[in-house]
Design a protein around this ligand. Structure first.
Ligand code: SME
Length: 156
């Protein structure tokens, strides 16, 4: 398996920006980002978005990997905590996160990032799950935060 450090971030970013250029539909953007990240990141075993569909409520959006939970309130899990606090959450060991929702028993670590559009509306969260402990790095976070800002700037 390649190391995460072998990931060519500029190449992946260039591909995602080229594929999503001019698109404003949030689900179309999410589907494209998920596909590219899931196949491009060596440690991504489940990759998906949860969308804000009502106050304090997330529902499953585009994803790749096994079946994902359909509904997550802001009060639950890593995804809910990221949506509630607006913070990126990098959880190297999901068993040490008291309220982790185990959609898949093989998940060992995860990275969850809130996603806003350019006018500050919270669209949802991006959830990357890995069967490898401590799979996600500060480098992943530093790559994904500005990329999500660019991709979802004009999303509606
Ligand atoms: N990991 C999430 C739940 C969603 S799935 O694992 C697909 C959480 O605890 O928020």
């Amino acid at each position: 398996m390649p190391l995460a450090t072998e990931l060519d971030f500029p190449e992946l970013e260039g591909r995602i920006l080229a594929l999503t250029e001019g698109e404003t539909d949030a689900v179309a953007l999410m589907a494209t980002v998920v596909c590219e990240l899931h196949h491009g990141h060596p440690f991504a075993d489940w990759t998906g978005f949860y969308r804000v569909v009502a106050p304090d409520l997330l529902k499953i959006g585009p994803y790749q990997g096994g079946h994902g939970c359909l509904v997550i309130p802001f009060s639950r899990g890593v995804c809910g905590a990221a949506a509630r606090t607006g913070q990126v959450l990098n959880v190297p060991d999901v068993e040490a996160f008291p309220d982790h929702i185990a959609c898949s028993s093989s998940t060992r670590s995860e990275l969850v990032l809130p996603v806003w559009n350019g006018v500050g509306r919270l669209l949802g969260v991006l959830d990357l799950d890995s069967d490898t402990p401590g799979a996600f790095t500060a480098e992943d976070e530093a790559f994904l935060v500005p990329l999500l800002q660019k991709v979802f700037k004009d999303a509606i």
